[in-house]
Design a protein around this ligand. Structure first.
Ligand code: SF4
Length: 576
């Protein structure tokens, strides 16, 4: 990939530049974090003129490597105040890579109240007014843009939440079917895009070409081995294609780590009603498609299509974390209601994890009763309308906890915890506490080893071994995110040594390098170091790398465990 595209919203200019030396050899998260760390003042306002929003495909983007088309989005987060990278599937990553664009960087601020759209094509870049898209959700926005541009383009957009700069706002990406249902959800990056007055980006890859590869034969051979490993592993070859990520509901419930009723229990009595097996069953009964990829080149295909009882499209299959946030954590056992909420969140442009947690906290405050599915949908509608209550809810769980005086609020650095209780899955608790991004399961998915025994076996209920597990996974994840690979390839990578070797071989073949596995580990370490350095300059210290106090004080049924990994141990996670 040959260039960086810089879009200045202050003077409405677009310019292309060669990749500076400092960013050579980086992609995906490695590149967005390098840009933010180097170019953004750590103490700036996240929605002010000095923040920058960077989009980058991974190092393997634009190739035929399986599952390599993720796109990273980076900025200083308005939710956490830390550096942030959230990545997404959809078509945008592959299309940018095919146009030879290593990163798209949005800078400055336009005149207050003005909205724009950005067209990116083969050697053609254009900013134009988008006032007609003002106040539209992502689905209506994309419909209008398809009428104006080629409908085969990839569309990136924000809904109302982004326009209003709510800190749970996401950035939406269209999937293979042109639906804005894939999201860079975490950290409020939609609010940064909204602050820049950028409603949408249209990426037309016509005339683009596959990313250049130095040694095509070696790349093809390694890509074949990699695909074989993905197909051979039971999680990526069988479980995810049939049941989606929602397969985890029954597994985590069985393990006693499924947060229920705002993190007050680890088991949900009606788990099976919202689990992946039920999701698969009703999808087949309604003639829907259980096995569907969110982006070109995905051979795992965890994302099915959810149809209502009449067979009409509602949403993509809600991810496990979405089903959990609105299901067990709000005590809702109705998959149809959860799918409608997923669709609404995608349309408004909201992180389903933070917003679901926000509603669970509101339920604990008595705004609605636990289990009230219709009430939850009403609260989401409040957000869509932009009422004062809706704006509080759309600002995430931490904000709702403060507004309504709730003590049990599961956040780290203001970002809501995902669907694994850290008292019953202690390895992921270490990741939540110490990640550079706030509570984020994807930053170091210790659930795989704690619960599924992938890549080893570390007892989820004991403190021993969790720090090392989280450290190793955080390093590996930073490297995977830099390559643009879907995180689910981590399952074969952790169990099948040749899967990891194949990634190294593909990077070497593509760029004409001779990296070793250790070099790739160093790459992950360097990404984390630059992110930690940004956070330190933003004022964060080890005192911020902690779980909320209630996890140490309240025992979680059924195991009656607390989170007992000491602060001193947590402070050794980044001792490299
Ligand atoms: S495995 Fe799932 S999340 Fe990953 S690229 Fe495929 S459909 Fe998207």
């Amino acid at each position: 990939m040959s260039k960086i595209l810089r879009v200045n919203m202050s003077d409405l200019s677009v310019r292309s530049e060669d990749i500076p030396e400092a960013y050579q050899g980086l992609g995906g998260r490695g590149l967005t974090s390098a840009i933010v760390s180097k170019e953004v003042a750590p103490t700036c306002s996240p929605i002010g003129p000095n923040n920058k929003l960077a989009f980058a495909p991974g190092l393997l983007g634009g190739t035929n490597c399986a599952n390599s088309g993720r796109i990273s989005v980076g900025a200083k987060s308005p939710l956490t105040g830390t550096i942030k990278e959230a990545n997404s599937g959809g078509q945008a990553g592959q299309y940018l890579a095919r146009l030879g664009i290593a990163a798209l960087v949005i800078e400055g601020l336009p005149k207050e109240g003005k909205l724009y759209k950005l067209f990116v094509g083969k050697d053609k870049y254009e900013l134009s007014p988008a006032d007609d898209l003002n106040g539209l959700g992502n689905y209506a926005t994309v419909d209008k843009l398809k009428d104006e541009f080629v409908d085969k383009a990839a569309f990136v957009s924000i809904g109302q939440a982004g326009e209003w700069k709510l800190v749970a706002a996401s950035v939406a990406f269209t999937d293979v079917d042109g639906r804005p249902c894939r999201h860079a959800g975490r950290g409020g990056l939609g609010a940064v895009m909204g602050s820049k007055g950028l409603k949408a980006i249209i990426i037309d890859h016509a005339g683009g070409e596959s990313a250049p590869i130095v040694d095509k034969d070696a790349f093809k051979e390694a890509a074949t081995r990699f695909a074989k490993a993905i197909k051979e592993h039971p999680v990526t070859g069988q479980g995810l294609p049939a049941y989606g990520t929602d397969i985890l509901i029954n597994i985590i419930n069985e393990a006693g780590g499924l947060p229920t009723r705002n993190f007050s229990s680890g088991r949900f009595e009606a788990a099976d009603k919202v689990g992946g097996e039920t999701l698969n069953k009703i999808t087949v009964e309604r003639n829907g498609n259980p096995t569907h990829g969110c982006m070109t080149g995905c051979i795992i295909q965890c994302s099915g299509i959810f149809l209502d009882k009449k067979g009409e499209y509602v949403s993509k299959w809600p991810e496990y974390e979405t089903v959990w946030a609105w299901g067990p954590n709000c005590e809702i056992d109705d998959l149809d209601a959860i799918a409608r909420i997923d669709r609404a969140c995608d349309d408004i442009g909201l992180d389903t994890i933070d917003t679901g947690n926000a509603v669970a906290v509101a339920m604990e405050a008595g705004i609605k009763a636990f289990g009230d599915a219709a009430g939850a949908e009403e609260l989401v509608a409040e957000i869509a309308k932009g009422t004062p209550l809706g704006r509080i809810l759309g600002s995430g769980a931490a904000m709702v906890g403060k507004a309504f005086g709730v003590r049990r609020v599961a956040v780290v650095k203001n970002q809501a915890l995902p669907a694994y209780d850290p008292r019953a899955v202690k390895g992921v608790g270490v990741t939540y506490a110490t990640s550079t991004m706030g509570a984020d399961h994807t930053a170091g998915y210790a659930v795989a080893t704690n619960i599924m025994k992938v890549g080893g076996d570390v007892d989820p209920l004991k403190a021993e071994g969790q720090v090392k597990l989280s450290r190793d996974l955080q390093i590996a994840t930073a490297a995977i995110d830099t390559c643009g690979l879907c995180l689910f390839v981590a399952f074969p990578v952790m169990d099948i040594p040749d899967a990891f070797n194949a990634i190294v071989d593909m990077v070497n073949a593509k760029f004409g390098l001779s990296l070793t596995g250790d070099d790739v580990g160093s790459l992950g370490q360097n990404v984390l170091k630059s992110e930690r350095d940004f956070n330190k300059r933003a004022g964060f210290t080890s005192a911020d790398d902690r779980l909320p106090e209630f996890f140490k004080l309240e025992k979680l049924p059924p195991h009656n465990e607390v989170f007992d990994i000491t602060d001193e141990e947590l402070d050794t996670v980044f001792n490299f």
